[in-house]
Ligand binder design. Structure first.
Ligand SMILES: [Zn+2]
Length: 71
């Protein structure tokens, strides 16, 4: 496999990323656990997503998530 993804900041091939747990803020309130992916070379953030394992969510999303989790 040839890795072609390059960090937009330092130009290094992205073979690894730092994964950090961060808080998603909505109107200055922590609403969701998120994951941030950053370059291991220069720490530029390459992407952020909602942590699918996160527990802190708004009630509506929590109920939907709980229903989806019960299989
Ligand atoms: Zn980089």
């Amino acid at each position: 496999m040839i890795h072609q993804g390059k960090c937009p900041k330092c130009g290094n091939t992205v073979l690894h990323v730092h994964v950090e747990s961060v808080n998603g803020m909505v109107a200055n309130e922590s609403k969701a656990k998120c994951l941030s992916y950053s370059c291991i070379h220069c720490f530029a953030v390459l992407g952020v997503q909602i942590d699918p394992r996160g527990k802190r969510r708004p009630k509506a999303a929590n109920e939907a998530g709980a229903a989806a989790a019960k299989k």
